[in-house]
Design a protein around this ligand. Sequence first.
Ligand SMILES: Cc1cc2nc3c(=O)[nH]c(=O)nc-3n(C[C@H](O)[C@H](O)[C@H](O)COP(=O)(O)O)c2cc1C
Length: 192
Amino acid sequence: MKIVVGITGASGVVYGIRLLEVLKERDIADTHLIVSESAKQIISIETEYELEEIYALASHVYDNSDFTTALSSGSVRHDGAMIAPCSMKTLGCIASGISTTLITRVAEVCLKEGRKLVIVPRETPLSLIHLENMVTVKKAGTILLPASPAFYHEPKTVRDMVDFIVARALDVFGIELEAKKENDLIKRWKRL
Ligand SMILES: Cc1cc2nc3c(=O)[nH]c(=O)nc-3n(C[C@H](O)[C@H](O)[C@H](O)COP(=O)(O)O)c2cc1C
């Protein structure tokens, strides 16, 4: 499996970092990482991670301004992308079809090729413009997975709350099946 992970400049960059950690720890997927310039600033504000440590979690790393990479083209196959967290700016660009960064181009390619695109938007409160952009990308086929963790699994740590969102994002990719075992990052409400 090949998954593109985009980290943009919203609060909650830890969501994207944890996704990379889980995919690497379990050797589940080749990860193709793009970190926006704003995300780099927020990583240093919100986390203890050095950028190089985050890059080391990914199989491949791309510059967000480099459109010459394989990821720019729909002819290059991968299994989809997750943008976690997704800023309202990046959301707005995707909703408008304006691909001025590699992350927004990857999103555009996913939508035009019918590939999975998981967006983890992070903003509060939401303006009408944010909501309308969400409706637009939803209609276009995106899976919107807001950074709003549940509490029924009785999280004890921030990690537990982050893992809830990460597990739901991995569910979208059927990764528990792929790994031939239950995605045990979180305690689920009930089992069938
Ligand atoms: C500390 C900090 C936190 C921010 N949090 C958010 C946020 O939660 N959501 C959001 O949409 N923008 C947030 N922003 C603003 C974005 O970083 C800004 O709009 C930027 O242009 C996004 O660019 P990008 O989408 O290319 O990463 C934040 C900025 C800073 C410095």
